[in-house]
Design a protein around this ligand. Structure first.
Ligand code: HEM
Length: 515
């Protein structure tokens, strides 16, 4: 039989639970007035704590689609607010404003505003992509010369060797009766070999070696995993929670493998006085200047900053390049007329350069350039750009002040699919990129590589790399859809990038040219 004391106990427990629930509810929803208070149009969070991320977390919506839906919901507005878990993000949809933020008013938005883990949790934490402020500016200035036109010209020969090895591999497979390729994997190996030789002077030969540790470890860097998802969720619930959890976002053996490889390369070059005109040399110079001689005393740099950037340049290049180039082949397989026109251009321009497929030859392939541009319009490998307001920003001709610390999303994929800028956006139409058509569109509506001082540092490098592989393939093979080709292609659920979920399968048919 209950006594008064027992009843008091139950009441106390019930009151404590209710108070805890109320505190939890307040914590989960405390930020949700942010956009309303600033009179910014906003999307109502679906569930407390999860904000506008609920369907994504349940695996029912891609990040790209959520942002696209928000973009559509804010139609007629210059911007709108959403909540990723508890964290307010401003989605900017006005190209004029986007252009100002990325270029003219860049000094207000110098940072990507991503969570900066400890270098032990994620070696890329000290890489250029996550670096902020003066540290980013100094490192960017050190790495940029490695991508200068003169250097790219020099890299062409090294890339060409990788292209030729790629074609020997493809020919070997075709000779034994295999005609169907998962082209994203094949081009991923090619891109790994390209960055290995051009950036670090390493002959990796992953194109022929299924067991290559560079490919195996490289693939783990951005592989979507529960661990990475949880760390991102924790950050959006509260950065302090993320810090307390110590999540290792990249497997430790991967970090160890790349650290050792780069350290050994530097030591080898130092011991043997090897000086190569490549990215590794820019990194060694950055180390000598910033870590050893401390030529920029106002900014602190350590050895791990150099390792992080070597790792970053290695890791970011091959996923994006292989995705864009394989989707280009995919669209060409589905649009035979466009493919034929690309091939005709390659043959005509090759003739003009007396059969020599050099750097100038690649630059001259204007139609292929339009085809690649349309591929990255339809499938931008990086679907969203990130910025953080580094000082208060008065939006021009507007009442809104974007406060310091505010996270900003630039919805690249949604802009690329806005019928106002790209009529019939699902259609694959390279004619959108003739000089006349390009001139009709406002700046800020085509951003596969970002823009402004933080534009992709590897833009021209990857354009050259993709053109080279595509010309090598298209001059020798017709690409066609096969039984395994997905139409339309499906994209991975849990990646911020547009990554094909089940690969890109195509058939290669050798071309017989008349003798
Ligand atoms: C098709 C291929 C590629 C695409 C679509 C791509 C796209 C991008 C995008 C959208 C950004 C962010 C730009 C911004 O915030 O405004 C970026 C940054 C970056 N990319 Fe790429 N990228 C590609 C290939 C490469 C390659 C091959 C490398 C290196 C060899 C590279 C290195 C970087 C680095 C280091 C950054 C950070 C730049 C900074 O914050 O200053 N990317 N890339």
């Amino acid at each position: 039989m209950a006594t008064w004391t027992d009843c008091d106990g139950w009441w106390l427990l019930a009151a404590a639970l209710m108070a805890a629930a109320a505190i939890a509810y307040l914590f989960c929803t405390s930020t949700y007035g942010y956009w309303r208070d600033r009179k910014v149009p906003w999307l109502r969070p679906t569930v407390p704590l999860f904000g506008n991320l609920t369907w994504q977390l349940l695996g029912m919506e891609r990040s790209t689609d959520m942002i696209q839906n928000a973009y559509n919901a804010f139609s007629g507005h210059r911007y709108g607010g959403i909540y990723q878990m508890r964290m307010p993000f401003l989605i900017v949809r006005d190209p004029v404003l986007i252009n100002r933020m990325l270029i003219k008013d860049f000094t207000h938005f110098t940072d990507h505003g991503l969570y900066k883990p400890l270098p032990t949790e994620n070696r890329l934490a000290n890489g250029l992509f996550i670096m902020n402020g003066d540290q980013w500016k100094t490192m960017r200035a050190k790495l940029s010369p490695g991508f200068a036109s003169s250097k790219l010209k020099h890299m062409h020969g090294q890339m060409k060797e990788c292209g030729e090895e790629l074609m020997r591999n493809v020919a070997g497979v075709v000779a034994t009766g295999g005609h169907v390729f998962e082209v994203r994997d094949v081009l991923g190996r090619y891109a790994t070999d390209v960055i290995g030789t051009c950036a670090f002077g390493l002959q990796l030969n992953t194109i022929n070696d299924d067991q290559s540790p560079f490919r195996r470890y490289g693939k783990t860097v951005f592989k979507p995993s529960l661990r990475v998802l949880l760390s991102q969720i924790a950050w959006m619930v509260s950065p302090a929670l993320r810090r307390a959890l110590h999540v290792y976002e990249i497997p430790l053996d991967t970090i160890e493998f790349f650290d050792n490889t780069f350290t050994d390369t530097v030591r080898y070059r130092e011991r043997n006085n090897v000086v190569r005109d490549d990215l590794m040399q820019s990194l060694i110079k950055a180390r000598d200047d910033l870590v050893v001689n401390k030529t920029v005393p106002s900014v602190k740099f350590e050895e791990t900053d150099i390792l992080a950037n070597a790792f970053l340049l290695f890791a970011v290049g091959f996923e994006t390049v292989s995705t864009a180039a394989s989707l280009c082949l995919y669209e060409l397989a589905l649009h035979k007329q466009i493919q034929d026109r690309v091939r005709e251009e390659i043959n005509t321009v090759k003739f003009k350069y007396n059969g020599e497929m050099n750097n100038e030859f690649l630059i001259d392939l204007q139609y292929l350039e339009m085809v690649l541009a349309e591929t990255m319009r339809k499938y931008p490998p990086v679907s969203t750009l990130f910025r953080e307001a580094t000082k208060d920003y008065q939006v021009p001709d507007d009442t809104l002040v974007i406060e310091k610390g505010t996270k900003v999303l630039i919805p690249v994929h949604a802009l690329h699919h806005d019928p106002e800028f790209y009529p019939d956006p699902q259609a694959f139409d390279p004619e959108r990129f003739t000089p006349e058509e390009k001139a009709k569109r406002p700046s800020g509506t085509y951003l596969p590589f970002g823009d402004g001082p933080r534009i992709c540092i590897g833009k021209r490098f990857s354009e050259m790399e993709m053109k080279l592989a595509l010309t090598e393939i298209l001059i020798k093979y017709e690409v066609e859809p096969c039984d395994k080709t997905e139409i339309p292609i499906t994209f991975s659920m849990n990646a911020v990038a547009n990554l094909p979920a089940n690969g890109v399968w195509l058939k290669f048919k050798p071309i017989q040219y008349p003798k």
